[in-house]
Design a protein around this ligand. Structure first.
Ligand SMILES: *Cc1c(COP(=O)(O)O)cnc(C)c1O
Length: 237
């Protein structure tokens, strides 16, 4: 951990200054962008080093990995984000651990989360993942199915939609990604005035290591960063 703490703190500082500059270019303060450190390529020790360096939002793409890291870091001050697909049979075990589920991609999952959250006596914050890239291999709700999903969400008492999440196409460069992000932002703005008051679209989670500056310039309020923070650092085992 001592070997990792320095490099991870440096990576984090470098990334934070890039976030601040991109936010400035979009006319916003740095605090309007939340950095979620995605730890799927990181060991528990590396994740702990990120928390020690001041990053309290951590993300995992696989529920089982989130469970394991959340248990290992139970004493740390962490807000866990699930950023990958959630199977309905993993909802029950995941809900008590998460701050935000960023990857709701179907009405069935939304309903399953609502049921389990009701049983826990909690209200769970979620983002709806939108397939902005029209890439058949990508997960997410099709843009033309989004409005009806949001209407359904408005009728549920134990799940609260806070915004949208999207990923850029796999192919293409950061400027191609920018077009996907701009499209998601436009969709979000268009629906904002139409959704029920219990649904909020104020959060826009978009941007990964290769394209987060473009995402922020196009309005991201959450960026999900893994490799730019952890790549090249040896796992501690
Ligand atoms: C892995 C992952 C990230 C982070 O990707 P990097 O390119 O390593 O920054 C972000 N979002 C999701 C959904 C991921 O699965």
């Amino acid at each position: 951990m001592n070997d990792l703490a320095g490099p991870i703190a440096e990576n984090l500082a470098r990334v934070r200054s890039r976030i601040e500059a991109a936010a400035k270019r979009s006319g916003r303060p740095a605090e309007s962008v939340t950095l979620v450190a995605v730890t799927k390529y990181a060991s528990v020790e590396m994740a702990a080093a990120a928390v020690a360096a001041g990053c309290h939002d951590l993300g995992e793409s696989r529920p089982q990995e989130l469970w394991a890291k959340a248990a290992a870091l139970a004493e740390a001050d962490v807000r866990w984000h699930l950023v990958g697909h959630l199977q309905r049979n993993k909802v029950r075990r995941t809900l008590p651990l998460v701050h935000l589920i960023q990857s709701v991609d179907s009405e069935r999952l939304l309903t399953a989360i609502d049921d389990e959250a009701a049983a826990l006596g909690r209200r769970i914050d979620v983002l709806v993942e939108v397939n902005i890239s029209f890439d058949a291999a990508k997960t997410g709700v099709a843009p033309d199915a989004l409005e009806s999903l949001l209407e359904r969400a408005a009728s549920l008492d134990h799940v609260r939609v806070r915004g949208l999440m999207g990923m850029a196409s796999l192919e293409g460069d950061a400027e191609a990604a920018r077009r996907d992000f701009a499209a998601l932002r436009l969709l979000c703005d268009r629906l904002s005035s139409r959704v029920a008051p219990s649904v909020s679209l104020s959060e826009l989670s978009m941007g990964m290591s290769g394209d987060f500056e473009q995402a922020i310039e196009e309005g991201a309020t959450i960026v999900r960063l893994g490799s730019v923070l952890f790549e090249g650092l040896e796992a501690d085992e």
